[in-house]
Design a protein around this ligand. Structure first.
Ligand code: SF4
Length: 227
């Protein structure tokens, strides 16, 4: 078990510093070339890997171009075009409905406020934050996905369980200029080292400050269960 810094703020700072050194090019891994493609890719990425989404959007973005194409698409055909993605039927419906709203209420443009984005079908705070950050350069919060959720708890940055509460805690301790980067650093570290089932604490740059470190630690603070 590592020894965390005295305050969660200091702990957050050391986490950001170390992970920045480890993953200097950390950024979003979804592929897109405009805001609508970003929105669609993020909707598709819910409970699906970015790798699979990128594979599927390659042909999707060639076939459909702009909100009209999605809004007017036959929903079954759109779903078939997404059939390697988890929950593709529901996601096809979200995309079609969101594009209708974008056409009817936003002049065909992806909105740039949290309130308007979360009105779109299939868009929650997490998706909206990603679209604001990467589509509009507006950073209003911290994207909390499964990696951020797991690492923040393991590292003692929060004891909350649900993403919106975790985000509130993190916004209070992560330096604001690092809000966007924090997510990508956690994702990179969560994929490479601090995996869900078998984190490689022996090869982790945060081991000395991590209260979940497996050395002689007994508890995975992400789950609250013994290792
Ligand atoms: S890999 Fe181990 S030491 Fe590193 S952050 Fe995850 S639980 Fe902590």
């Amino acid at each position: 078990m590592g020894t965390p810094r005295d305050s969660t703020q200091a702990q957050a700072e050391v986490v950001v510093d170390r992970l920045e050194d480890e993953y200097p090019d950390s950024t979003i891994s979804l592929r897109y070339s405009n805001r609508l493609e970003l929105l669609i890719a993020v909707i598709l990425s819910a409970q699906c890997t970015d790798e699979r989404v990128n594979k599927e959007t390659k042909h999707l973005f060639e076939k459909y171009d702009g909100p009209e194409d999605y809004a007017n698409a036959d929903q079954d055909e759109l779903a078939e075009d997404l059939n390697s993605i988890t929950y593709y039927n529901s996601k096809a419906g979200y995309i079609k409905s969101s594009c209708k709203t974008i056409l009817e209420d936003h002049d065909g443009e992806v909105p740039d406020t949290m309130d308007e984005l979360i009105e779109l079908s299939g868009v929650g705070r997490k998706t909206a934050n990603v679209v604001l950050q990467h589509g509009h350069d507006i950073v209003e919060g911290i994207v909390v996905d499964t990696h951020v959720q797991r690492l923040s708890r393991r590292l003692g940055l929060t004891e909350e369980e649900y993403p919106e509460r975790i985000e509130e805690d993190l916004m209070g301790i992560v330096p604001e200029e690092s809000w966007q980067e924090f997510t990508h650093l956690c994702i990179d570290h969560g994929r490479a080292v601090c995996t869900a089932q078998n984190p490689d604490c022996g090869d982790c740059v945060l081991a000395d400050v991590c209260p979940s470190e497996k050395g002689d630690g007994e508890i995975d603070l992400a789950s609250g269960d013994p290792w």
